[in-house]
Write a protein that binds this ligand. Structure first.
Ligand SMILES: *[C@@H]1O[C@H](CO)[C@@H](O)[C@H](O)[C@H]1NC(C)=O
Ligand SMILES: *[C@@H]1O[C@H](CO)[C@@H](O)[C@H](O)[C@H]1NC(C)=O
Ligand SMILES: *[C@@H]1O[C@H](CO)[C@@H](O)[C@H](O)[C@H]1NC(C)=O
Ligand SMILES: *[C@@H]1O[C@H](CO)[C@@H](O)[C@H](O)[C@H]1NC(C)=O
Ligand SMILES: *[C@@H]1O[C@H](CO)[C@@H](O)[C@H](O)[C@H]1NC(C)=O
Ligand SMILES: *[C@@H]1O[C@H](CO)[C@@H](O)[C@H](O)[C@H]1NC(C)=O
Length: 451
């Protein structure tokens, strides 16, 4: 229901607060309609397809990675609902951000590009391959090749110089966070490796997934209760930890573990890891409704407001990959989705969603993350009706791959540092020009030019 309709009823508060979006989980059409309303409000934030703007970027305050995450949600939106409305913008955005080497390292993002940022775009490409999203045009790398490009650039970054291994958060030495080894960077790599193994059957990917899991355990970023902590500093050889727990860290390892369970044809070890992560994830529910640990204090930053998106997305995938988890997971998704839509009563459309699903009302926190999370919660209810994931192993994969994608990438830090310095020089030259102009006005041009 749109706000205008609500106004027409003459009982604004009651009806508006009650339910701007109706959701009947027994009806496919109701789920599709609710998803469509939330997707519409989500895409109003996207300006990248406007003349003069850059495809694939969200405006401030959203970082580049969140745009990659959002297009992952939009691929799932099409996959679950069959609605092709946003396919063209989604494809345009993904292809514009691949970078020169087909590995999601566009030069414009160099100054903030971490392994996790790159990973979120890589996982979106992987989702496109798995769901059979419409292929890139002739001459562009396939979705699978783009995901492989991300994997192939990240594997050589595995860093044994400290902490016995692991990926650092940042890729480049000149970015702050280079000394941090965090769970989300290693989680993206693990998740992608497991999915590439399942899709292609290539054991190298599975070996990397196993190795990443073992390291996460050994270093204590996954503890004996299977809680996943934020990260650790390699400056003390990863002894101290940031013990914050986020839904998306558990989610990314949960789906990766379920993928490995499936890839290994139901091995006991991956079954037990999957099960233990599910048990540990219970701490993220209040009365059966998913919440982010920053919510009770009201201090979730822009990134954190999107984290439930990935947890729910990965939970739904887990239900399919590890069928014995299915029934309990579906109940959790249903309960959270019903609570989540109750927050969708705000903004100019009257249907924008809030952050805190546990409150049963809109809490005034609006944005891309809030919209995305509710969208995944709604559309995940269609997971059983979706056609199964495609893969080369099953003989259903249609996405073109390239096992060597990204291997001639400019991943060498010094080369990229050079690019940044060169760009810096140009800025410097601009400043010099400005000084000269001011100098001319001030009558001291020769002095400045002599510098
Ligand atoms: C951008 O995409 C939206 C769909 O999300 C569409 O409604 C709009 O017309 C597009 N704008 C341009 C300039 O193509
Ligand atoms: C990089 O930035 C320039 C200037 O804003 C823009 O024209 C270009 O499309 C951007 N490239 C990517 C891959 O974002
Ligand atoms: C650093 O940690 C790794 C992994 O725990 C360990 O193998 C290595 O011996 C440690 N190095 C030092 C210098 O303590
Ligand atoms: C398997 O993946 C590895 C790592 O990317 C690659 O080097 C190798 O060529 C792949 N093998 C096949 C048969 O594609
Ligand atoms: C899973 O089973 C299939 C079919 O029997 C087999 O080809 C494949 O090698 C098995 N995978 C693993 C990782 O054991
Ligand atoms: C792997 O996933 C498929 C698709 O959901 C499922 O049919 C199959 O039973 C799963 N394999 C195992 C070993 O659970």
């Amino acid at each position: 229901m749109k706000w205008s309709t609500v106004l027409g009823t003459g009982s604004i508060c009651m009806v508006g607060v009650d339910a701007a979006i109706t959701l009947d989980l027994t009806s496919r059409q109701s789920i599709v309609d609710a998803a469509s309303t939330v997707a519409y409000d989500l895409m109003t934030y996207y300006t990248g397809n406007r003349t003069g703007d850059t495809p694939g970027n969200l405006p401030d305050p959203y970082y580049w990675w969140e745009a990659g995450a959002m297009f992952g949600t939009m691929i799932n939106y099409w996959y679950y609902t069959g609605d092709t409305t946003y396919n063209a913008v989604t494809k345009q955005a993904l292809l514009h951000q691949t970078g020169d080497n087909g590995d999601f390292m566009p030069l414009n993002q160099t100054k903030t590009l971490g392994n996790d940022d790159q990973g979120f775009w890589g996982m979106a490409a992987m989702t496109a391959a798995e769901t059979g999203f419409e292929d890139p045009p002739e001459g562009s790398p396939g979705w699978l090749a783009l995901a492989q490009g991300v994997f192939n650039t990240q594997a050589p970054r595995w860093d044994t110089s400290t902490c016995g291994g692991g990926l650092r958060w940042q890729i480049f030495t000149f970015n702050s966070g280079y000394t941090y080894k965090n769970s989300i960077s290693n989680g993206c790599f693990f998740n992608l490796a497991a999915r590439l193994a399942l899709y292609t059957g290539n054991t190298t990917y599975a070996e990397w997934a196993e190795k990443t899991w073992v390291w996460m355990n050994d270093i204590g970023l996954i503890n004996e209760k299977f809680e996943v902590f934020d990260g650790t500093q390699n400056t003390d050889n990863c002894t101290s930890k940031d013990h914050n727990k986020w839904t998306y860290n558990t989610g990314i390892f949960l789906m990766g573990a379920a993928t490995m369970y499936n890839y290994t044809n139901g091995s006991d070890i991956w079954k037990s890891r999957t099960e233990s992560l599910i048990t540990a994830s219970k701490q993220f529910y209040l009365d059966g409704i998913l919440y982010e640990p920053c919510e009770p204090t009201g201090k979730c930053n822009v990134d954190q407001r999107s984290f439930k998106t990935y947890f729910i997305r990965e939970l739904a995938a887990t239900a399919e990959l590890a069928p014995w988890t299915h029934d309990n997971i579906i109940k959790e998704i249903e309960t959270s989705a019903m609570a989540a839509v109750k927050t969708c009563t705000a903004g100019s459309t009257g249907t924008q969603c809030g952050l805190k699903w546990t409150t049963g009302a809109n809490d005034g926190s609006l944005g891309v993350g809030e919209q995305m999370a509710v969208l995944e919660a709604i559309q995940s209810n269609l997971v059983d009706q979706a056609p199964g994931w495609k893969s080369d192993v099953k003989g259903t994969g249609t996405s073109s791959g390239d096992a060597n994608a990204g291997s001639d990438s400019k991943t060498d830090s010094s080369q990229l540092a050079q690019i940044v310095i060169t760009t810096g020089d140009r800025v410097g030259a601009g400043i010099l020009t400005a000084l000269v102009i001011c100098g001319v006005i001030g009558g001291s041009a020769t002095m400045i030019l002599g510098v």
